[in-house]
Design a protein around this ligand. Structure first.
Ligand code: TYD
Length: 142
């Protein structure tokens, strides 16, 4: 499966814009959790983990930030700067979030509830995991 950057349909009219996201229609999984980051301190990098099974879609609904994805073989930096764009992050993908603008709000739609046992927070363990499960997600989509 490819890493995919979704462009959601804004419903614009003379009052402004509205984006609606529905599971299995705009989002390829059941949305079991939503969380968001804001007031991120300048120059901070967050993330530094992968998930064993969790799938996510990252939407920078205000401001901008950058996401570094690493499939264990190659890395790619994807800027998120539009409230109608979503970056699909599959399981077995190391991610780091950085260069948050002071006004950035990064919203994450997740396929499951918070579960610390699904996290891989050690990079060497992540590389081992990728080797074991044989999952290298191509990074050629955007
Ligand atoms: P953390 O995993 O450190 O965030 P990041 O990966 O962006 O660096 O999460 C910060 C804190 O928030 C940590 O104490 C765990 C908690 N947390 C929850 O309680 N629920 C959640 O859904 C998430 C993502 C984090």
């Amino acid at each position: 499966m490819r890493v995919i950057k979704y462009v959601f349909q804004p419903h614009g009219d003379d009052r402004g814009q509205l984006v609606a996201l529905e599971e299995f229609k705009d989002i390829p999984f059941s949305i079991r959790r939503v969380y968001y980051m804001y007031d991120t301190v300048s120059n901070v990098t967050r993330g530094f983990h992968a998930h064993k099974s969790l799938q996510q879609i990252l939407v920078c609904i205000h401001g901008s930030c950058k996401i570094r994805l690493d499939n264990g073989k190659e890395k790619k930096v994807i800027p998120l700067e539009k409230p109608y764009e979503g970056l699909y992050v599959p399981n077995a993908m190391w991610r780091e979030m950085f260069e948050f603008s002071p006004d950035a709000v990064l919203m994450v739609l997740a396929s499951d509830l918070y579960d610390e046992s699904d996290y891989i927070r050690n990079y060497d363990e992540f590389l081992e995991h990728v080797k074991k499960c044989g999952k290298i997600t191509a990074l050629d989509g955007e």
